[in-house]
Design a protein. Structure first.
Length: 519
């Protein structure tokens, strides 16, 4: 630790040192967890320093005495920056973390009291736990969790732009090529660092992995990767078998001890082999077990620093959105536009290192998008009194119904349709265009993001051409198939400027209009 006031408090408190010993016994073998241990100890050190300033309590052992419980609550509030007027915390997570640590300290004291046979300390530690379970939520946790929850309201979902991701990929490819050539020509610390940071960022970006998982990747994970080829025996297509041969797979230890995979392209594999080959020449100690080892150190390159640096360099419009968490959320969220089966969703969540329940709860299309784009259609239908006409439709299908209702330039009066005219007069076309213009400028336009200027009224020749082919479809309310529309377009020169979908929509809209007006 930094040799400051907090460090001095920690060194002189016996219970805090026992807490540190407990953390080190669990996590000390992993150097990457040393920062976590240091942080947990300093949190309690700050709390104890506040206790000494706000009360006469000097040690953690005194703090867990039942008569001092309210003093503990007050010290936690001061440490976490509680605002009494706003009933909120400046650092709500700190209040929660200190509470968890205090409960652990009480368990440690209880165990030592049992081993020492100290009946008074046993009773006091048990009483503290009962007070904690009964009152801690009321005094601390509820307000802290409410503060965290309130901060999420109206918080924008900053997913990265596709254009920016493409720019970052291209930028990394260029940097990786030049760094590989430079390291092959001259094994210097600078060239080694450039290739290590570039390859690390490429792996994080391609696999949408957490930066910490890839940064802490051990060299033995890469060297012991599975190179066997047994893909033809499990019923894969030729394309899938080719992908299996193209990519190499490395398994890592992810969050909560889950096994997660990283896929490597041939370029990444070659870059990693070169880094391993040049480790000794570039001054990487033999005892450094990390794949992305820092020369002359026992640590590793930090993926979040590299990703931030390359995101700023690549010319992205929104470089702040090109972060590991946002990239993972973008993949998990946008994958929902695919019609994934349950087992495929499980596989995606497993690859990302998510629990499937968490994946479904948090990694979904954003609620503002769902409510603005889909639920609003239902509300507009209620406003117009047309909910009964939507019977049997899903939210996605309501969009087609609403567009039909608003597309007055594609509808004809019921009497004219019933007579099935082969000719449509100019007066009707003019009236339809006027109606459409009126609807576009009025309240009833539903598709707010849709460009109304692109809507083009059907000409007399186009209407006649479609009616000749699909008059019976419209009368019976049948839809036109894609093949029928293609045949219609090929045989009618007047329809060359219309797409197959335009013709299908025309037939469907006319049929629906006739059905509604007859009812």
């Amino acid at each position: 630790m930094h040799d400051d006031e907090i460090a001095r408090v920690v060194r002189n408190d016996f219970c805090l040192l026992r807490f540190a010993e407990s953390l080190y016994s669990k996590h000390g073998h992993d150097p990457s967890k040393h920062d976590y241990i240091r942080q947990k100890i300093r949190q309690l050190g700050r709390f104890l320093l506040t206790m000494r300033k706000t009360s006469t309590i000097l040690t953690l052992e005194e703090a867990i005495q039942p008569p001092n419980f309210l003093n503990v609550v007050q010290a936690v509030k001061v440490t976490a920056g509680f605002d009494k007027e706003q009933n909120s915390y400046k650092i709500p997570s700190l209040a929660l973390k200190i509470g968890h640590s205090l409960l652990k300290v009480s368990d440690i004291i209880h165990c030592h009291a049992l081993m020492a046979g100290d009946e008074d300390l046993i009773k006091s530690s048990e009483a503290f736990k009962k007070l904690y379970q009964a009152k801690w939520s009321e005094y601390i946790s509820h307000c802290a969790l409410s503060t965290i929850s309130d901060s999420q309201y109206n918080k924008p979902t900053n997913l990265p732009l596709t254009e920016d991701i493409t720019k970052l990929h291209k930028h990394l490819d260029e940097k990786a090529t030049s760094a590989t050539i430079a390291l092959m020509e001259q094994a210097t610390v600078q060239n080694y660092s450039r290739l290590a940071r570039t390859t690390l960022t490429k792996m994080v970006l391609f696999n949408r992995r957490r930066v910490g998982e890839v940064s802490k990747m051990k060299m033995k994970n890469f060297l012991e990767r599975d190179l066997s080829e047994s893909h033809e025996e499990i019923g894969l297509s030729k394309y899938e078998q080719k992908l299996c041969r193209y990519f190499e797979r490395v398994e890592l230890k992810g969050k909560r001890g889950r096994k997660v995979a990283v896929l490597l392209t041939p370029e990444m594999v070659n870059a990693l082999k070169l880094l391993i080959q040049k480790r000794k020449e570039c001054g990487v100690p033999d005892v450094n077990e990390y794949l992305f080892a820092v020369p002359k150190c026992l640590s590793y390159y930090r993926g979040h620093q590299s990703l931030r640096s390359f995101a700023d360099e690549c010319g992205a419009k929104k470089p702040d959105y090109l972060r590991s968490t946002q990239l993972r959320k973008e993949m998990a969220t946008t994958s929902q536009i695919l019609n994934l089966k349950n087992n495929e969703m499980d596989q995606l969540a497993d690859f990302l290192g998510h629990d499937i329940s968490v994946h479904r709860q948090f990694y979904r299309l954003s609620e503002p998008t769902i409510q603005s784009a889909k639920i609003s259609k239902l509300l507009l239908a209620l406003e117009k009194g047309k909910l009964c006409e939507l019977k049997g439709k899903s939210l996605d299908e309501i969009g087609d119904f609403t567009d039909d209702d608003e597309s007055e330039d594609e509808e004809i009066p019921a009497a004219d349709t019933a007579n099935a005219p082969d000719e449509m007069n100019d007066e009707y076309l003019e009236t339809s265009s006027t109606k459409a213009d009126r609807q576009i400028s009025g309240h009833n336009v539903v598709s707010r993001g849709k460009s109304t200027s692109a809507r083009r009224p059907w000409t007399k020749a186009e209407v006649n051409a479609v009616m000749r082919h699909f008059k019976s479809h419209i009368m019976k309310g049948h839809l036109a198939s894609q093949r029928e529309c293609e045949t219609c377009k090929k045989s009618a020169p007047a329809l060359q400027n219309r797409t197959i979908q335009n013709i299908r929509d025309f037939v469907r809209n006319r049929g629906l209009t006739l059905k509604r007006q007859l009812i």
